[in-house]
Design a protein around this ligand. Structure first.
Ligand SMILES: Cc1ncc(COP(=O)(O)O)c(C=O)c1O
Length: 364
C-alpha cells in the first residue's frame, strides 16, 4: 500500500493522538498575539529580547550563560569543536544512533575534522562501562537524554552521576544533547539544573515537546558560550533577527513545560494499550518521557491497511507512517503532546479494540 494512504487517512482523522497540532503559521501567530508590537527586535545576536531569553535559560539550566541558536545541529557541532580544540584532541564519543552520526550529513567530520567514536551498542543506552573503555584520546562524550532513536530510553540517574564523576576525574568533557530534556524531568524527578549540573555544556531544543517553531539554546560557562558566539557568526547563524523563534520558544516553553508530567502519564496509558495488542511491543515498555517507539512483529504491507481502517472507522489517527525494519517487522514513533487529552476515551477504546482484533487475525 502506498505510504501516503496512511498519511492521508491520518491527516483526515478527527482525533490524531500524537503531537500538539498541525505545523501551521497559526503556531507563530498564537505566540505573537500577546507581544507588544513596539518591542525592539534582536539584531545580530544582541538586544534585550535575545539577551533576556538567554539569561532566563541559563538560569533554568543552572549554567553561567546561554546562547540562542537557530538549530541544534549548529549548536552541538560548535560545542564539540570548542571542546576538541581546548583538549587538542580530535575524537568525540557518542551513541551509534546519535543525531550527529545519522542525521547531519557528517557535518562534524567534514566541517570540523572531528572523528566519532561510537559508544556501546545501537539498541541500548551507553553505560559507565562503555565510557571506561574509551582511550585517552577522546576529548568529549556526548550523552543524549532521552535516546530518541531507541524510543526515548534513559539510564538510571545514579548511572549518570557515576558517568559524570568518572569523566570529571579523567578530564573528559561531558556534553548533554538535551533536545528533549524538559520531557524527562518528571521521570527523574529533578530540575533541569540538577540534571545539567552533571554536564559541562548543554543543548536544549524548543520545537520537540515544547512545540515552538525551531531554535535551540547552548549553555555552559562564560568562556565556552563566548567562543560559541564566534562560531555561530562563522556558521552564518547570527541571523539579523531571530525573534520569531525566540518569542515562540519562550511562549511555548511557558505553556508546555508544566505539562510534561501529564504527557508522560498519557504516553504510559497509550503504551499499555499498545502492549495489549498481538505482535506489538513498545520501547520502552513503560515510557520515561512523552515518547516511545511502537514495534510490530509483522510485515509493513499487512500492518498499513489495518492502521488505515482503524483511522477511517473510528476517526482515531494512531500514526501517519510506518518504518520497515525488515520483511517481517515495522515500527513507528509516537510523541505525546496537547492532542492526546482531546481524544475521547470511547473513540480510543474502539480504535484499540479494532486494532487488536485486526492484528490478531494477521498474526495468527
Ligand atoms: C536528539 C537530537 N539532537 C539534535 C537535534 C538537532 O536539532 P535541530 O533540528 O534543531 O538541528 C535533533 C533534532 O531532531 C535531535 O532529535
Amino acid at each position: 500500500m502506498a505510504e501516503n494512504k496512511l498519511l492521508e487517512a491520518f491527516n483526515r482523522s478527527s482525533y490524531p493522538v500524537a503531537g500538539h497540532g498541525k505545523r501551521t503559521v497559526g503556531v507563530l501567530q498564537e505566540a505573537l498575539a500577546t507581544v507588544d508590537a513596539e518591542v525592539d527586535s534582536d539584531v545580530y545576536g544582541s538586544g534585550k529580547l535575545i539577551e533576556d531569553f538567554q539569561a532566563k535559560m541559563a538560569d533554568v539550566l543552572g549554567k553561567e550563560t546561554a546562547v540562542f541558536f537557530p538549530s541544534g545541529t549548529m549548536a552541538q557541532q560548535i560545542a564539540l569543536r570548542i571542546w576538541s580544540d581546548r583538549k587538542g584532541l580530535q575524537k568525540v564519543a557518542y551513541h551509534p544512533l546519535s543525531h550527529l552520526e545519522i542525521h547531519e550529513e557528517d557535518g562534524l567530520k567534514k566541517l570540523h575534522g572531528l572523528e566519532s567514536v561510537l559508544l556501546g551498542e545501537k539498541d541500548r543506552v551507553p553505560t559507565l562501562a562503555d565510557i571506561q573503555k574509551l582511550g585517552d584520546d577522546v576529548a568529549c562524550v556526548l550523552l543524549e537524554l532521552p535516546q530518541r532513536e531507541i524510543g526515548g530510553q534513559l539510564p538510571e540517574f545514579a548511572e549518570l552521576e557515576a558517568i559524570s564523576a568518572y569523566c570529571r576525574e579523567r578530564g573528559i568533557v561531558l556534553h548533554l544533547d538535551g533536545a528533549r530534556l524538559f520531557e524527562i524531568l518528571p521521570f527523574y524527578q529533578k530540575t533541569a539544573a540538577e540534571v545539567c549540573a552533571l554536564f559541562d555544556s548543554v543543548y536544549v531544543s524548543f520545537y520537540k515537546g515544547i512545540g515552538a517553531i525551531a531554535g535551540a539554546i547552548l549553555a555552559g560557562d562564560e568562556s565556552f558560550t563566548k567562543e560559541s558566539k564566534v562560531w555561530k557568526r562563522r556558521h552564518g547563524g547570527d541571523l539579523i533577527s531571530l525573534y520569531p523563534y525566540i518569542l515562540s520558544a519562550d511562549y511555548y516553553y511557558e505553556q508546555r513545560v508544566p505539562k510534561m508530567a501529564q504527557y508522560m502519564e498519557e504516553a504510559r496509558e497509550l503504551a499499555a494499550l499498545y502492549n495489549e495488542c498481538p505482535a506489538v511491543e513498545t520501547r520502552p515498555e513503560v515510557p520515561v518521557s512523552n515518547m516511545m517507539h511502537v514495534h510490530i512483529a509483522l510485515p509493513k504491507e499487512q500492518v498499513e491497511p489495518i492502521f488505515v481502517s482503524v483511522c477511517e472507522e473510528t476517526g482515531v489517527g494512531l500514526t501517519a507512517s510506518l518504518r520497515e525494519v525488515d520483511a517481517d517487522y515495522c515500527y513507528f514513533e509516537v510523541s505525546i503532546g496537547d492532542r492526546y487529552a482531546t481524544v475521547p476515551k470511547e473513540a480510543l477504546r474502539k480504535a484499540f479494540a479494532l486494532l487488536s482484533e485486526s492484528l490478531g487475525t494477521v498474526a495468527r
